[in-house]
Design a binder for this molecule. Sequence first.
Ligand SMILES: [Zn+2]
Length: 311
Amino acid sequence: MLKAVGIDLGGTFIKGALVNEHGTIEKKEEIPTQAENGPADILQRIEAMVHRLCGVENHPADVISGVGIGVPGFVDDETGIAVEVVNLGWRDVPVVEPLSTKLHVPVYMDNDANAAALGEAWVGAGRNHKSAVLVTLGTGVGGGIVIAGRVLRGAFAMAGEIGHLRMEHEGAHCNCGGIGCLETVSSATGVVRLAQVAIAAGKPTSLPSASLTAADVFQAREQGDEVAIEVVNKAMDTLARALSMVAVVVNPEVFVIGGGMAKAGTAITESLQQFFSTYALPRIAALTKIELATLGNDAGIVGAARLALFA
Ligand SMILES: [Zn+2]
């Protein structure tokens, strides 16, 4: 059976899995990223991880057809260079060439949101659909567009970067250098920021001002906290408005909502669906599904493996 290794390179952990052609994980592991040691060290430990996952000391080609890797930043999929990875402090780091030289198997790279989108579209929430847009709500807002089993990358591998749709003219500063990007409002970080602004303004709330998380805000919302309701509404309203725009360009069958914040479950999809129907064209509002991701943290490794399995 055809197999590949999928790697999900994150700011905190490097996850890897041996995945077969049906999308089943046969073996997986996770190691700390230790970004401070620099790219050469990370690539070397990824190489060792691939060998362990394949159960060989040499020649992973005996076990796998290739390696796919999802990187948390902007990539150049033609040159195999990670162009800018803020979390890791990387700029123009060659990834594909050094890994494929060491491992003697083809290596494919994409950004982590695209890899996760491919995983969900393949064997997750999008598996029965011809087109899906995955939206990852975490520290930022990631996006990936999959049409007929292929990621839409665009001319400069920037397609699907929906977290940087500018939703507010006078909003908060974004990591990308822009202002008012979707992810400054609708990510977990954005939800916490909005809640902190409300708390600082002295609005009555049960929310703690210190070590506040997006999960706290969703929980307080369930209990009827006014500030939490207002904050979540703003985050979901803004995201729904962004999705209504994505929908007229891409017209996907389904939006799949993943990432840490998706743990809030149907509280997110129901609210989104409601706002989405007020912004989207009626035919789009009636037919487009909004569903929760089903692969959780495995979406990235499964999707990365898919890159190599059906390249
Ligand atoms: Zn931005």
